[in-house]
Structure formats: structure tokens, C-alpha cells
Design a protein around this ligand. Structure first.
Ligand SMILES: O=C(O)CCC(=O)C(=O)O
Ligand SMILES: [Fe+2]
Length: 517
């Protein structure tokens, strides 16, 4: 992930850590406000004064505040019903933020969806009992590489003629020219035939796992194409071109004892002989696929700060999904001989260079892209109204930082936002080295950044952590599966973890280089 250094570079003020020699597009600000707010007893110029520092916890379940609850507001908190993600992927809110001084304040009234914000100054003191019971080996589900519904493949196979059936008409609808349509159709059918030679049709049928494996020749390698509904393959002619031109179909081959389309978390999966087409990740996350992405956006978005452009929503991932992505990341890291690091040791794994991870992360990433493309330009346009929260106002006036100004400016190309060519990637914080426990204050070279929490935090799988925003003077803590979306210009940091491992799925959205006509 060396390319990421251009996007995320430390400043020389980040004492002791080496700095990338690249000069284009420095995106990390020089004034270091500490990302160590967990151990922030210090204060002074450029540093975070712990006492003024707020924590915003986006919690799905209501945790009854234990101290300093004002009358009336306690009522409001307790009235909210818990809603674990497994049942209903909603964020619950009392629309109350408790600052570190124990003072509650209302979130913006215009919030859509719900979020409960609570301050916890020391995670372990509240959730410490969970620390003992945590076992990282248990928490990690065995590998399941994405869902393999084969739906788009199946649609094509079942629909040899171009009809209005979903999935078939789309293939050709983009081309006004009849010949072109036929050419594309033939190409698609050839591709599908090619694929069907590789994917025994029995995989497409809904048969119990056992009978399927009984049919398998002993020691025969199971060949499968791992795909996901997140990608509307049929709408991307470039994808089909790429597939057809390839001397071998772009497939991921793996040996597995599991069903391709159902995942039993208790089943141990041996991953061997994984061969990847290195360009698969780039195809999956190409501009074209992102722009034609058919996955619906998330419509309930919680506003943390309208003025700055900080939002939280669900990504649609549940605990098991998150664990799968973590597992795939670790497997990819093992295969590559470790996590790649930024110069300053941010541990990352690029989805584009790891085909398995590319597939595993496709759905949440495409959801994030749809959500940002569908909603945030609009939300951003509204943000010049007077709904600014006090903290934002205060910081905007005092700081005058580049990211504080112009954060609301209208971005005409917003509808054409796509993933940066190096994106998405997974970030891992662990305790192995001091510099791997945090990410210094920086800006991202993106219009919008999304971070999807793959870990739970609050002492469950890690303690500390969170995303600190300088202009908000707050650290935002997500629960597993939640997504934080913010403007890349905002100066932010990954706060030091004090225990465990913290994983994030991250993507930078930038204006498309080849906007759709
Ligand atoms: O750890 C975090 O919350 C921030 C991560 C981040 O800023 C990044 O990966 O660019
Ligand atoms: Fe960042």
C-alpha cells in the first residue's frame, strides 16, 4: 500500500516518525493534536485538553448513564428501546450527548435516524468485566469469503435471450446501437458459458451442503467464482470486456470444505492454493462499477455535525459479517507476509490488491458509495443553514483551519464521486508497536471518507480508540457495523487503543476522472 503514503502522510512535526519523501498532495496537518487522548493528561498548544474533550458514542443499545444525569433527560434516555443490529440495523438515539463534564446537550433536531451519544472517559472502568471474558481466537469467525449467490451469473444463464427480465435487459440497455447490443449479449453469454464450465451448476442449486460435498470428487479442487450482488456485473461493459479479453477467466480459486453460498461459522475452512487475479480488485472498485452500483443507499443518517459534515449510519454489516472481513483480512495479510504499513506504521491492507478481500468488502463499500453519492451532496448543500452545533461554531471561529472553512462548499461533481484508485482498504490497530496503536492527526485526500467499524470497542475487543475530530473537539466511537462519513478535509486522528485490536474498513471518495456522460 505504498501509494497510500501520498494520501496520508505524516508531518515532520510528528516527532520521531519517518516521513514520506513524496511531496505531492500533503494531506496531514503539521500541528499535532494528540491522538493519544486516551492518555491525554497533557494540554497546551496543539494538544487536546482531556477535560474539554467530548466523546460521542453511537450506540444501538441504550446503556443507562450512571452519573450526572439531569432529570428529564434521564427519562428520555430510558424511553428508547434497545435495538441490536441483529434484529434491526438501526441506531437508537436519545439525541443526547453527554460531554466529558457530564453535561448533556441535544444533538441537532434535524437528525434522521437515531443515535445515542454518551461520554465514557475510561472504557475499561465501565466495560472492564468484558475484558476478562474476551478471547480473540473465539471472536474471530472462520473464513467465509463473501456471499456467493451467483445471482447475476444465474440470471444470465437462465436468460439466454435479451428480454426485459431483470439482469438481462440491463446488459444491453446502455447501448443505443442494435449491433452493439447483440455483441454485448453474445459476449456476456460467452462469458457465462465460460463461467458455467468452471462453476458446476450444482453450486447454483439450493441443495444441502452435505449432499453437495458427497458428490465432489475426492481431493478435487473446488473452483468457484466468488461474487456478490453488490456488483451489477451486467451493467459494466468494461468489466465484461476485461473478463473476455483475459486469457483465463477472472476467478478466485480456493479449496474449501464449505458451501459457496452458505456459511457455517462453526465450520473450519482450510484455505489453500489461493490464486488471485491481481486486477480483480481494481475491476470491482472501478469508477464504472461504483457509478453503476445498484446497491441501495442507507437512508437513515445521523448528523453528528451538519456544519462540518460528519455523519453516522449503519453499513448493513452485522457482527458475523464484520468478523468475516477481519478473517479475510488476516488471511490476506498472512498470504502477503504481513500487513502493509504506511511510513508511520499505519497497518493497512488494500482491497484492490487482495482479491479475496475485494470480494469480502464489496457489499459494505458499495453501500457506502451509494449512500454518499445519493445523500451527502444534498446534505452538504443544506449545511449552510443555522443548525450548526455549538462546538463546531466555536472551533470554526477560533481555529480558522483550512478544513473548517469551505467544508460546506457545494461540490458540483458530488454526484460523480467514486473510490480513489487506491481504495478501499482495511486498517488494523494493535498493541504490537506503539505507532500501530493510533493514527496521528491528518486530513484525507478525499471529498468524503467513510470508516466502517469492524470491531466493537468499549472493552469488547479493544479499548480506547475512536475517531477524534479536531474541529469538533470530540472523539466519535462507533459500534461494529456502523459507518462514519466525514469530509476528508476535516482534521482527524485515530485515537490510541489501550487494549485489543481495532479494525476499520475505510474508503476515500473522490471526483471521478472519467465522469459518466
Ligand atoms: O482510526 C480512525 O478512526 C481514523 C482512521 C483514518 O483516519 C484513516 O484511516 O484515514
Ligand atoms: Fe483519515
Amino acid at each position: 500500500m505504498s501509494e497510500h503514503r501520498e494520501t496520508l502522510r505524516p508531518s515532520s512535526a510528528f516527532g520521531g516518525e519517518s516521513v514520506s519523501s513524496k511531496t505531492d498532495g500533503p494531506s496531514v496537518t503539521p500541528d499535532k493534536a494528540s491522538s493519544d487522548e486516551a492518555d491525554a493528561t497533557r494540554s497546551g498548544p496543539g494538544k487536546v485538553a482531556a477535560t474539554n474533550h467530548e466523546h460521542i458514542y453511537a450506540l444501538r443499545e441504550i446503556i443507562k448513564p450512571s452519573v450526572n444525569v439531569r432529570r428529564g433527560e434521564e427519562q428520555e434516555v430510558n424511553e428508547c428501546a434497545p435495538s441490536p443490529i441483529h434484529h434491526s440495523p438501526r441506531i437508537i438515539t436519545s439525541r443526547v450527548v453527554r460531554s466529558s463534564c457530564g453535561v448533556y446537550k441535544k444533538l441537532e433536531e434535524n437528525t434522521t435516524g437515531t443515535v445515542l451519544c454518551e461520554q465514557r472517559s475510561d472504557d475499561e472502568t465501565i466495560f472492564g468485566n468484558r475484558l476478562d471474558s474476551f478471547d480473540s481466537s473465539e471472536s474471530r469467525a472462520p473464513l467465509a469469503i463473501a456471499a456467493v449467490p451467483f445471482s447475476s451469473v444465474r440470471k444470465q444463464l437462465e436468460c439466454p435471450e435479451v428480454t426485459s427480465t431483470h439482469g438481462c435487459d440491463r446488459l444491453t440497455s446502455q447501448s443505443p446501437d442494435g449491433k452493439q447490443k447483440n455483441k454485448k449479449r453474445r459476449r456476456a453469454l460467452r462469458l457465462m458459458t465460460q463461467l458455467s464450465n468452471l462453476i458446476p451448476l450444482k453450486h447454483l442449486e439450493n441443495r444441502p451442503v452435505k449432499s453437495r460435498f458427497r458428490r465432489r470428487k475426492p481431493s478435487a479442487q473446488q473452483v468457484m467464482v466468488i461474487t456478490d450482488d453488490a456488483i451489477d456485473w451486467s451493467r459494466s461493459s468494461r468489466l465484461l470486456d476485461g473478463l473476455e479479453k483475459s486469457s483465463k477467466p477472472r476467478i478466485i480459486v480456493r479449496e474449501s470444505r464449505t458451501s459457496p453460498d452458505s456459511f457455517d461459522e462453526n465450520e473450519q475452512i482450510v484455505v489453500q492454493n489461493v490464486t488471485e487475479d491481481p486486477s480483480i480488485g481494481s475491476l470491482i472498485y472501478s469508477e464504472e462499477v461504483v457509478m453503476n452500483n445498484s446497491l441501495p443507499p442507507v437512508n437513515e443518517i445521523v448528523t453528528v455535525s451538519r456544519s462540518l459534515g460528519i455523519y453516522i449510519c449503519e453499513s448493513g454489516l452485522n457482527e458475523s459479517d464484520c468478523n468475516k472481513i477481519i478473517s479475510v483480512s488476516e488471511i490476506c495479510a498472512d498470504m502477503r507476509g504481513g500487513w502493509s504499513s504506511y511510513t508511520y506504521a499505519k497497518q493497512t491492507l488494500g482491497c484492490r490488491h487482495n482479491g479475496l478481500l475485494a470480494f469480502a468488502a464489496a457489499r459494505p463499500v458499495m453501500t457506502a458509495c451509494s449512500t454518499i453519492r445519493a445523500h451527502l451532496p444534498e446534505v452538504g448543500d443544506e449545511s449552510s443553514d443555522d443548525h450548526e452545533d455549538d462546538t463546531a461554531k466555536r472551533n470554526g471561529e477560533e481555529g480558522g483551519d483550512a478544513e473548517g472553512e469551505n467544508v460546506n462548499e457545494k461540490d458540483d461533481s458530488a454526484k460523480e464521486l467514486v473510490l480513489d484508485i487506491r481504495e478501499p482498504h482495511v486498517v488494523k490497530y494493535d498493541l504490537s508497536r506503539t505507532e500501530r496503536q493510533k493514527l496521528e492527526l491528518h486530513t484525507d485526500k478525499s471529498t468524503w471518507t467513510f470508516l466502517i467499524a469492524l470491531s466493537e470497542g468499549r472493552g469488547t475487543d479493544y479499548s480506547g480508540g475512536g475517531t477524534f475530530f479536531q474541529a469538533l473537539n470530540s472523539t466519535v466511537h462507533l459500534q461494529r457495523g456502523q459507518m462514519l462519513i466525514f469530509r476528508g478535509k476535516l482534521r482527524h486522528a485515530g485515537v490510541r487503543i489501550s487494549w485489543g485490536c481495532r479494525y476499520l474498513l475505510v474508503g476515500f471518495l473522490v471526483p471521478a476522472k472519467n465522469p459518466a456522460p
